[in-house]
Design a protein. Structure first.
Length: 509
């Protein structure tokens, strides 16, 4: 999809459709009046002139008939007429201007794109207010919304059931010299999100540990600042990665331990990003069975690694200076055969700690254990891991919010800010140390699961045992938001690419 910029005012533009984003009407101070008569949106002078001069009072009619007030997420649309320069128009609510952030612009742009495709528009113009009077931030947010909403994953469709009509979006009343670099940056970021989306959405017979390794190699080839190391099974055995290899041993597809390193200039800070990379999780001998087990969606169990690789792809293009970032993925499948790990087996991780496997379906934390030990030895300032770790986190926070645990308040705040700027929802959860008693084992250092109560917390406490040197560590449980069965905001159904933009913000800022 081609995104253009123009200093053209809405009154001078002509084409298929115009999308106008507006803030909500101020609330009445008289509650009785507000209850008696719902106030419709009052158009600004410029929009009144546009409505009269160009749109044949279509806006006034739409607002009056629908009682549109500009609340966030609301929209109203209509046809102008065949004899006018603009055929169709939509008003999109942006809510209270005092509460607006960049994500409001992304979502408004996404709404415009989805509407345009629905009504079969080929060229669309956007008349949006500036975000904090910042042309660059406004253009980037709008472009991200347009591109994310416009992406449709049709790789496995035999027929194009929902053709994309929209091929050009023009952002009006903006300075191209400022906006165009921001749009280019948005395209680079969205490319990384789409990579993550398509990795998550692809089935396990398409995306395997080998595929993830090949993806990492391809990313490294894009930038001279990247190097890559793929550890094979024998390499992992030499490093005593017993927890990771215990999960991998029942699969016919060999495990791949991926280490991508970005280094540009003298690093002022060093960060490690560890992504869970289970390309399919059968549950092992504790097999996921029965209605509601979700086994058919266990292709998404590599959502953490998809976010890590998507962020790496963005960094390869943006090429920030004076930092070092390690992207680490211990990738394998959790399958069943005569070699599969059994409930009751004891595995030894690469830091020497022993783990009693009381549930083979809690396998992700076993792979992450060795990945975290590996990252902890790199001398980084901070480590963040991302994993579709627990259903308990989905129960606690729902499908749209990821859980965050951290041993460092400043690092947690940095991640929270990065997520807020990206419009991706995180909620910090407690590292309640006494809950670790649930993991006590009679025969090993600890077990890999506790009770159902507080399962997301004990999962985080388990991972904490494998970070000993690094001062700042955070764990993100992204089990809910990496996949969606429904269209929402700028995400279509399927893989969402969740956390790519959060990670990019964290790296850059």
């Amino acid at each position: 999809m081609n995104i253009l910029t123009s200093v053209t005012a809405p009154q001078a533009w002509h084409g298929d459709a115009l999308a106008i984003a507006v803030f909500a009407s101020p609330k009445s101070s008289n509650e009785q009046l507000e209850n008696q008569e719902k106030k419709a949106l009052q158009l600004s002078e410029s929009l009144k002139n546009l409505d009269i001069q160009v749109l044949a009072c279509t806006l006034t009619d739409l607002i009056t008939e629908s009682e549109f007030t500009g609340e966030i997420g609301a929209s109203v649309s209509g046809r102008v007429g065949i004899d006018y320069a603009i055929r169709k128009v939509i008003l999109i609510g942006m809510g209270d201007p005092a509460k607006a952030n960049a994500d409001v612009w992304r979502r408004a742009a996404a709404s415009a794109v989805k509407w345009a495709n629905k009504v079969k528009v080929k060229n669309l113009a956007l008349a949006f207010p500036a975000y904090n009077q910042d042309v660059s931030l406004t253009a980037q947010a709008i472009a991200e919304g347009v591109l994310l909403a416009g992406h449709q994953d049709k790789r496995f469709k035999s027929k194009n059931a929902n053709p994309q009509f929209l091929d050009q979006v023009e952002i009006l009343e903006t300075d191209p010299e400022i906006a165009n670099p921001a749009i280019a940056k948005a395209q680079q970021i969205v490319d990384g999100v789409i990579l993550a989306r398509e990795l998550v959405s692809a089935p396990a017979n398409i995306v395997t540990p080998i595929t993830l390794a090949e993806t990492a190699l391809a990313i490294a080839e894009e930038s001279k600042y990247f190097s890559v190391k793929i550890l094979e099974q024998a390499d992992c055995e030499a490093l005593n990665m017993g927890a990771f290899l215990g999960v991998a041993r029942a699969s016919d597809i060999p495990p791949k331990f991926i280490h991508l390193t970005y280094s540009n200039g003298t690093p002022k800070r060093k960060l490690a990003i560890v992504g869970k990379g289970l390309t399919f999780d059968s549950g092992g001998l504790n097999i996921k069975a029965g209605a509601g087990s979700g086994i058919e969606l266990m292709k998404t169990d590599m959502g953490g690694s998809a976010a890590a690789l998507g962020a790496a792809a963005v960094i390869a293009k943006l090429q920030p200076t004076d930092l070092e970032v390690h992207f680490i993925v211990a990738s394998c499948e959790n399958m069943i055969n005569g070699s599969a790990m059994r409930p009751g087996d004891i595995l030894t991780a690469s830091n020497g700690k022993t783990i009693e496997v009381n549930n083979t379906d809690a396998e992700g934390r076993l792979t992450l254990a060795d990945a975290l030990v590996y990252a902890d030895k790199l001398g980084v300032d901070a480590i963040v891991d991302l994993a579709t770790l627990t259903g308990a986190c989905v129960v606690a926070l729902g499908e749209d919010i990821a859980g965050m645990w951290s041993i460092d308040d400043d690092f947690a705040e940095a991640i929270a800010k990065a997520a807020k700027d990206a419009g991706e929802k995180l909620w910090r959860m407690p590292l309640e140390d006494p809950y670790f008693d649930q993991l006590k084992s009679v025969v090993a250092d600890f077990k890999n699961t506790g009770s159902r109560a507080g399962g997301a917390i004990t999962g985080a406490l388990f991972l904490k045992q494998f970070v000993e040197k690094t001062k700042a560590w955070a764990h993100l449980d992204v089990a809910g938001p990496v996949w969606s069965d429904r269209e929402s905001g700028y995400n279509n159904a399927g893989g969402t690419g969740f956390a790519v933009r959060t990670l990019v913000n964290l790296i850059l800022n």
